[in-house]
Design a protein around this ligand. Structure first.
Ligand code: MHO
Length: 185
């Protein structure tokens, strides 16, 4: 959905937001990605609150993108191409409702794109099912400053080295055509 600034925004939850931020920031046409919380029922969630698993919020990203360069459909492909699509309640080593996969839609068109993709994936899975919840987007709560650009600022953090970077590299190997040119931001 395009805002007044000319950029569109899309919202995804897919486990630890550090990892998801790094994935979307590598995609051509993505201008900025913010880490935060969505999908729950409390106001002004913090990292600590969401980490209790009691707020209903999941770690989520706001992807700000140029819809002339990358489509919502491609962002959905990126979503499912960068996670374990059948994993319930988390990704990588993380488990809990704050790490569950949610794909948010803002209108019927986005909902249809998501549903078509999930139907296709479910057919390919033959028996297993895509775990992601599909939810109408309500509100994105911005995460704390220290969570933003986390991978870029903390390349030596063990979780970044052992979980986030391998996830990013695995994604990049699968989607070379969607990536920014080397060195671009
Ligand atoms: N288990 C990881 C997850 C971080 S993520 C921002 C850690 O505590 O480092 O939830």
């Amino acid at each position: 959905v395009v805002s007044d600034d000319g950029y569109a925004r899309a919202y995804f939850a897919s486990g630890c937001f550090w990892c998801v931020e790094a994935v979307y920031e590598s995609v051509k046409g993505v201008q900025e990605v913010y880490n935060g919380y969505s999908g729950g029922h409390t106001e002004n969630p913090t990292y600590e609150a969401s980490n209790t698993g009691l707020t209903g919020h999941a770690e989520a990203v706001e992807v700000i993108y140029d819809a002339d360069i990358v489509s919502f459909k491609s962002l959905v492909d990126v979503y499912f191409g960068s996670q374990n699509i059948t994993q319930v309640n988390g990704q990588g080593p993380d488990r809990g409702s704050q790490y569950r996969s949610i794909i948010f839609f803002q209108n019927d068109e986005e909902k249809a794109v998501i549903e078509e993709k999930i139907n296709q994936l479910n057919e390919e899975l033959g028996g297993n099912k895509v775990a992601a919840e599909v939810m109408p987007f309500q509100k994105f709560w911005m995460g704390e400053g220290y969570h933003q650009d986390y991978e870029r600022r903390n390349p030596n953090n063990p979780y970044i080295r052992n979980v986030s970077i391998p996830r990013l590299n695995n994604f990049k190997a699968k989607f070379p055509d969607l990536l920014k040119e080397e060195g671009a931001h």
